[in-house]
Write a protein that binds this ligand. Structure first.
Ligand SMILES: Cc1cc2nc3c(=O)[nH]c(=O)nc-3n(C[C@H](O)[C@H](O)[C@H](O)COP(=O)(O)OP(=O)(O)OC[C@H]3O[C@@H](n4cnc5c(N)ncnc54)[C@H](O)[C@@H]3O)c2cc1C
Length: 458
């Protein structure tokens, strides 16, 4: 299945060609007599699912959309999520209204003098030549990295999705396909509540434990990366007492031995979102997110020599959880598409959070898929559309998984080649390692996808 589908596009379009237009023809609702409406299901209503829904609703009137979400409502767990310039760009491309709403709820470093920098990178332990808290480097991030409270971001997305499109408490448990006499595929979904549904196509946006992935690319389960983290949100005034204004109010990474800590202001500076990362050899539990408490966190992080100012943050965090970090690096998907089924977001390329880019890649996926789906005018086009998506998205998103793992080792001082003391080399790495993620031409990817679909000429 995979090798055939992974065909290369040999004739690529001119990078200077004009941007995409809606590829549909026919009536204003996008359908013609020959090409009846297309019913598409999105499995999962997280960032990937909702951003894709916003794009389809806005740009593809020929598609009848249903979102199946396993929870009782849309919800995001956890605290802040960093959004890089590439993802901000993708939000605007999906819908300028979405970008405007996002800009209102997102927060950069609070000091204007810090806003052109990605993070202030400091040591969080005493090392030769540097005291805990000392600045190592401030890599620039020209278009500004911001952070947003996850639940608030989801609220903004939900506002753009009409009521009735989403069905809640619908956990997909089984997926099968059937080929009709006309050659078109039908996708059959079974749910935990015993009900069933049939659609022309499905897009698995169901996260790192995806069910749809098992259908598209069997036996590609994520594996434990040897990394875990604790996350928390701390009121700004308390964070300032512990960290001081400069560190509390701006984006910071603290490098340690076999771990690192990141902190970002969120909600206009009312809180900071803080994450403590560490290493452990295995994860023997079925659940990947487990409750923990301050005592356990303190015992763990004290043994790793973190400076008192880092440890003093722990009692200020609430709703404490430990996250095991899994990714697809050891079992990459040979393809994201199989006939009329596709996976995107963490379902396709779940990675570690060390580049703050998993959600960003999901947003990029949503933009590119939304644009490609504009070209779908008949049910049978779904297969080509999903293959086109695979063609233009797989390499970049799998590179994010790989470099994410590498970044985890780098920030934890476990790189093997570069370590504490190699400050000049480290600064060079810090300046360059995110560039390929930020500097992306997503409209170019869409143009290649349209050529692959046969809508445009190369
Ligand atoms: C600790 C941590 C920190 C992170 N920090 C950042 C960051 O700063 N920046 C960044 O860009 N990324 C970050 N990420 C990554 C980011 O959270 C993910 O990449 C992003 O949330 C993926 O979105 P998604 O919609 O693909 O999946 P999810 O957010 O996992 O959404 C999946 C949805 O599908 C539903 N679902 C699951 N199974 C089924 C089923 N069988 N049937 C129906 N519905 C189902 C779920 O309920 C959920 O709503 C971080 C990740 C972690 C773990």
């Amino acid at each position: 299945m995979s090798s055939q589908q992974d065909t290369n596009v040999t004739n690529l379009p001119d990078r200077t060609a004009s941007s995409t237009t809606n590829g549909t023809t026919g009536t204003t609702n996008g359908t013609t007599e020959q090409n009846p409406r297309i019913s598409l299901a999105l499995v999962g209503g997280g960032i990937a699912g909702l951003c894709t829904a916003v794009s389809i609703i806005k740009h593809s009137p020929q598609i009848d959309l249903t979102i199946y979400e396993s929870c009782a409502s849309f919800r995001e767990i956890g605290a802040g999520v960093a959004i890089q310039p590439n993802a901000k760009k993708a939000l605007a491309l999906i819908d300028p209204v979405l970008r405007t709403a996002f800009d209102k709820i997102s927060t950069n470093s609070l000091w204007p003098s810090k806003q052109e920098y990605w993070f202030d990178i400091r040591v969080g332990i005493d090392v030769e030549g540097k005291k805990a808290g000392d600045l190592v480097h401030s890599p620039k991030c020209p278009d500004g990295q911001v952070a947003v409270h996850r639940a608030k971001f989801l609220d903004e997305l939900v506002k753009l999705v009409p009521e009735g499109i989403c069905q809640f408490n619908k956990r997909v448990t089984e997926i099968t396909e059937e080929r009709g006499e006309d050659g078109d595929f039908k996708m059959h979904l079974k749910f935990k509540d015993g009900t069933e549904a049939v659609h022309d196509g499905i897009v698995g946006c169901d996260g790192v434990k995806s069910k749809v992935r098992g259908f598209v690319a069997p036996e590609c389960e994520p594996t434990f990366t040897g990394k875990y983290c604790y996350r928390g949100v701390i009121p700004m005034h308390q964070a300032i007492e512990v960290l001081g204004e400069e560190k509390a109010m701006n984006n910071n990474i603290y490098m340690g031995k076999h771990g690192h800590v990141s902190s970002l202001p969120i909600e206009g500076g009312k809180y900071i979102s803080v994450t403590f990362f560490g290493n452990r050899p295995s994860w023997p539990y079925t659940d990947w997110i487990l409750p923990t408490d301050h005592l356990a966190m303190l015992a763990d992080l004290t043994s790793k020599n973190w400076s008192p100012f880092i440890l003093n943050l722990i009692p200020l965090t609430s709703h404490n959880t430990i996250y095991a970090l899994f990714d697809q690096l050891d079992n990459p998907l040979p393809t994201y598409a199989h006939n009329h089924a596709l996976v995107i977001g963490d379902a396709a390329h779940g990675g570690t959070p060390f580049q703050g880019s998993g959600a960003g890649m999901a947003i990029e996926d949503a933009y590119v898929l939304g644009e490609i789906l504009k070209c779908v005018t008949a049910r049978k086009d779904l297969r080509k559309a999903f293959l086109a998506f695979n063609q233009v998205r797989k390499e970049r998103t799998q590179a994010q998984v790989r470099t994410g793992r590498e970044s985890g080792h780098f920030w934890a001082g476990d790189d093997g080649e570069v370590g504490f003391g190699d400050w000049e080399i480290m600064r060079g790495y810090m300046d360059t390692r995110m560039r390929w993620i930020w500097d992306v031409d997503l409209e170019w990817a869409v143009r290649v996808g349209r050529v692959f679909m046969g809508v445009d000429e190369a």
